[in-house]
Design a binder for this molecule. Structure first.
Ligand code: ZN
Length: 506
């Protein structure tokens, strides 16, 4: 079954690079923009290039003639030759209706922060606004000189223009998806924290937070960059900046310039949030879902790799506590949203791109995969998946293929049952002691249609079983009556189970 979201892809058009020249002022919330787009054609005879751009006024496009309607900028061109490259320039202006907020921050200072997730780049940047077409990009921002400007990639230039304005130029040389482009303009305090694994680490917080910002961000960031680099593979980008930002909560993982909502940071401990956004630099950013149906490849991965970082930095008990909490949240969510699945089927309504089950059950799917194929095969597969798709796009099928190769196991049934099915399996089980036969007897009844590998511990000895029919019995030799029989002692199964000692013999 081919599953794909409904974005209108242009198979003959490949965006390679975007250059955005944007001017901002303190006297108006309008931006003046000029975008240059480098395109490579993948076929002969393409006579139209379409960019997303919603709510802005276009004043000129060259070369070509254009028609701007319903959030799409259609550029009619002379027919292409295969592998030909051309550059288009779009001049436009307007007040962004989304994607870029021009607001007052918590100190009542004027600030400008973008948030393109998931498809709001189009409200201020003419782009192919979908993750499938990655491109490099650069921003040349003119803004009042009192501000500092953060964006993706490396700082190329800062020039005071002598008229109260400053030009700041950032360039990202690694291709990324549209939502990962970002700018922030504010009165920042910028702290250069040296490098981690050769990657410059920076902290950008409001000037009022200059004392606390570096302390809050830098220790966890260093540890997370080190851990993910060693576990998965090298970091993909030219720096990592943690940025305090206004207008939203939580964090957004923009490539090399992570934004954190100003409300929560600097007050609460935030290892989980920092690790989540940094994990996204590997999964979501460097390896990106080619289709919104597979958004779990971003959020499920960032959630599980945060737990792996917690296991690494705080120990196994903290990891298990995180898994248990995540599992309870899944069961709670499934009570009120029984139809939620980890993968979408042909997503068209972008308001529904995320639901919380994608994070938690996606993470649990990775956890169960690791338990099934073992730590070594799991890490080998993860490293190979990263090498193969770094700075490219991947699908669930691509991930499945790599994990099958790494483990030597067929895993189609596994991904299908955990990603494409709503709800979680239920299980009712009981155990009893047959003194005459010297056996522990187990009677299990699970949701039909699931294949459930499970662990049972009998006085601390762990046995593996697999429930493949609705109802099954198992027996284990035991010389003496067991003191304790536990189901899933290692927190490895996503099942809602009741498991008790039975009074009677089965
Ligand atoms: Zn996330």
């Amino acid at each position: 079954m081919l599953i794909a979201d409904t974005y209108p892809r242009q198979s003959g058009v490949d965006a390679l690079h975007y250059t955005f020249r944007l001017s901002f002022s303190d006297t108006s919330d309008e931006l003046q923009g000029e975008a240059s787009i480098d395109i490579r054609f993948l076929a002969d005879g393409i006579s139209e290039v379409v960019l997303d751009l919603d709510g802005m006024t276009v004043t000129a496009v060259s070369p070509g003639t254009y028609n701007h309607s319903a959030g799409r900028l259609h550029i009619a061109i002379t027919p292409s030759k295969r592998y030909e490259r051309r550059k288009f320039t779009v001049r436009y202006h307007g007040k962004p209706g989304g994607g870029l907020r021009i607001i007052k921050n918590k100190y009542n200072d004027r600030v400008f922060f973008s948030e393109n997730w998931p498809n709001k780049a189009r409200y201020w940047l003419p782009m192919i606004d979908h993750p499938y077409d990655k491109a490099t990009s650069e921003f040349l921002i003119t803004a009042p000189a009192k501000y500092q400007v953060i964006s993706n990639g490396l700082l190329q230039e800062e020039t005071d223009l002598g008229n109260g304005f400053r030009l700041t130029h950032w360039k990202q040389s690694v291709p990324i998806s549209s939502w990962l482009n970002a700018i922030g303009i504010a009165e920042f305090s910028v702290h250069h924290a040296g490098s981690v694994k050769g990657i410059p680490l920076e902290t950008w917080v409001y000037r009022q937070d200059r004392e606390t910002g570096p302390r809050w961000f830098e220790p966890d960031s260093r540890a997370a960059i080190e851990f993910f680099s060693e576990y998965i593979g090298p970091y993909s980008y030219e720096k990592l900046a943690n940025v305090e930002a206004a207008g939203f909560g939580g964090g957004t993982e923009h490539a090399s310039a992570i934004f954190y909502g100003e409300k929560n940071i600097l007050e609460r401990a935030g290892t989980g949030l920092i690790a989540h956004e940094i994990a996204h630099q590997w999964f979501g950013n460097a390896v990106t879902e080619s289709d919104w149906d597979d958004v779990w490849l971003s959020e499920g991965f960032a959630t599980y790799f945060t737990l792996l970082f917690i296991e690494h930095s705080q120990g196994h008990d903290a990891f298990v506590a995180g898994l248990s909490e995540s599992r309870s949240r899944i069961f709670d969510m499934e009570k009120t949203n029984p139809e939620w699945k980890v993968r979408h089927s042909n997503l068209s309504d972008m308001k529904r791109v995320l639901n919380r089950i994608i994070y938690q059950k996606g993470a649990w799917t990775l956890h169960m995969l690791r338990s099934r194929i073992g730590d070594a095969a799991f890490q080998k597969g993860i490293r190979e998946y990263y090498v193969r798709y770094q700075n490219l796009n991947a699908t669930t099928a691509d991930f499945e293929r790599v994990m099958e190769e790494a483990s030597g196991q067929k895993l189609g049934w596994f991904f299908d049952q955990w990603l494409n099915r709503s709800g979680s399996p239920m299980l009712k089980g009981s155990w009893s002691w047959d003194a005459a036969a010297k056996k522990v007897m187990l009677e299990m009844e699970g949701s039909p249609g699931y294949r459930l590998p499970l662990e049972i511990s009998i006085d601390g000895h762990v046995y593996g079983i697999e429930l493949v029919q609705g109802q099954q019995r198992f027996s284990f030799n035991s010389d003496k009556e067991p003191q304790e029989v536990k189901l899933d002692p290692g927190t490895k199964a996503l099942i809602q189970a009741s498991f008790l000692r039975s009074a009677k013999l089965p």
